[in-house]
Design a protein. Structure first.
Length: 110
């Protein structure tokens, strides 16, 4: 999260979105390691997160949809040269990303 905040402060919104996504991605990977869930792709991670944690009610549906939306925005930020991530777009993911990491960290620590 620190890298994302630094990128935001420098006005690098594409990089900030990338770092928010990877903060969420890495904590989900930690959760998967704990639960012995194996995935090979980012979309597989989102699918398995939904199957094992959203559909079972362990995390709210909003949490799962947030991860999917952040993944889509990160895809645009990283691979679509014609799409500019606005400061407002990036800021709208700032606090939800922090909350996501905190929520999943608690699951990892249980």
């Amino acid at each position: 999260m620190d890298q994302a905040e630094e990128m935001m402060s420098l006005g690098h919104t594409d990089l900030a979105v990338n770092r928010y996504y990877y903060a969420c991605f890495h904590i989900v990977q930690a959760l998967f390691l704990k639960k012995e869930i194996i995935v090979r792709t980012h979309s597989g991670m989102i699918s398995q997160f939904s199957q094992h944690f959203v559909k079972t009610g362990i995390v709210p549906m909003e949490t799962g949809s947030f991860l999917a939306r952040l993944f889509q925005l990160r895809q645009k930020a990283d691979y679509n040269c014609a799409y500019d991530i606005t400061n407002e777009d990036a800021k709208s993911f700032q606090e939800p990303a922090r909350q996501f990491v905190e929520r999943i960290t608690k699951l990892v620590e249980e």
